[in-house]
Design a protein around this ligand. Structure first.
Ligand code: SF4
Ligand code: SF4
Length: 174
């Protein structure tokens, strides 16, 4: 059996306070909690003033190329832009990329030792727009790539393995 961690998002309860963005970026700052910057957050609250809706979106997988197919959502009779609620870190937009390094950002469920009782964005969401659930499913636990692995993979795809290796060699000697 494997443990599946789920954050449920209730858009109707989100008031746009952005506490989730603040705590997520603080948790992932280096050193931890030393700064806040929503652009480094793995959760972003998208707001469309004309449609008066806040939608929290949690960063998902990195994708190397723009996808060819696009989704257009209509909610309560209001049509939203293509890509509006996509979770991917993707070349076609700046969402879910570190503002300094341009490396992709992905939610890691605030994993650390000892484990937190709940992810921090859930703890900081006082409106209960975010709630946490764990359940057991059939199957083996997967080895999930860590932040370092995701970042290195993105660098290798962008610059090639040799350049990344040469740079690491140079940095380790300096
Ligand atoms: S903390 Fe909760 S209510 Fe506030 S913006 Fe985030 S999801 Fe919405
Ligand atoms: S679970 Fe943690 S890493 Fe994921 S969006 Fe929430 S605060 Fe950020």
């Amino acid at each position: 059996m494997k443990k599946v961690k789920v954050i449920k998002i209730d858009v109707d309860k989100c008031n746009g306070c952005r506490s989730c963005e603040v705590i997520c970026s603080a948790f992932h700052a280096a050193p931890k909690y030393s700064s806040t910057n929503p652009e480094r957050s793995r959760i972003r609250v998208l707001f469309d003033p004309l449609k008066d809706t806040y939608v929290p979106v949690i960063a998902g997988e990195y994708t190397e190329a723009e996808c060819n197919g696009r989704d257009i959502y209509t909610i309560n009779g209001k049509e939203y832009d293509e890509c509006a609620f996509c979770r991917a870190s993707c070349p076609s937009r700046q969402l879910f990329k570190d503002p300094d390094s341009d490396l992709p950002l992905k939610c890691d469920m605030c994993e650390e030792e000892p484990p937190l009782p709940e992810p921090l964005c859930v703890q900081w969401c006082l409106s209960d727009a975010l709630t946490y659930e764990e359940r057991e499913e059939e199957g083996e636990e997967e080895d999930k790539p860590g932040e370092m692995e995701i970042g290195l993979e993105a660098l290798v795809k962008k610059y090639g393995l040799k350049t990344v290796k040469d740079t690491l060699d140079r940095v380790s000697k300096s």
